[in-house]
Design a protein around this ligand. Structure first.
Ligand SMILES: [Mn+2]
Length: 149
């Protein structure tokens, strides 16, 4: 049921995005992806593999590489696991029309998961280290990198 909103927004006869019918394996370290999305406004979609879906946030200014920077992250609908490999053009007139590129990908270790706060360590190519996502109300979250201790 988690993917209803994702599917309702898309016409899979017109977009090459996955419909979520694929199955994801859970027998390995969870993955993350950051997709650079050239929609009406450029943003970066940050997705974490949790509970069989990709928990997703749109980060207008991008996930910070360094500590000391807090960025707005707006939670969006859960995406199917196979979206983690999606790159390509979402056609004009379709939801999120524009080009999608994988900006970074890797695995993560979840340190804590609460309804309004997630802590995790990213192990990607561009992004490594401990990060925090904190809900500030509604769909709005802040994402920042923790100072290395
Ligand atoms: Mn997007």
């Amino acid at each position: 049921m988690k993917l209803e909103e994702y599917r309702a927004k898309r016409d899979f006869s017109k977009t090459l995005e996955p419909d979520g019918s694929g199955t994801g394996s859970n027998s390995r370290r969870p993955r993350f992806v950051i997709q650079e999305h050239h929609a009406s406004h450029l943003h970066y979609d940050f997705r974490l593999e949790i509970d069989g879906v990709l928990k997703s946030w749109a980060v207008p200014k991008g996930v910070p590489l360094e500590n000391g920077i807090r960025r707005l992250a707006v939670q969006t609908e859960d995406h199917p696991l196979d979206y983690i490999n999606f790159e390509g053009e979402i056609p004009e007139g379709q939801y999120g029309a524009g080009n999608v590129l994988i900006f970074d990908a890797g695995t993560f270790d979840l340190a804590s998961l609460e309804s309004k706060k997630l802590e995790f360590e990213l192990k990607g190519n561009r992004y490594t280290g401990k990060y925090v996502l904190i809900n500030t109300g509604g769909d709005n979250w802040l994402i920042f990198k923790k100072k290395e201790s």
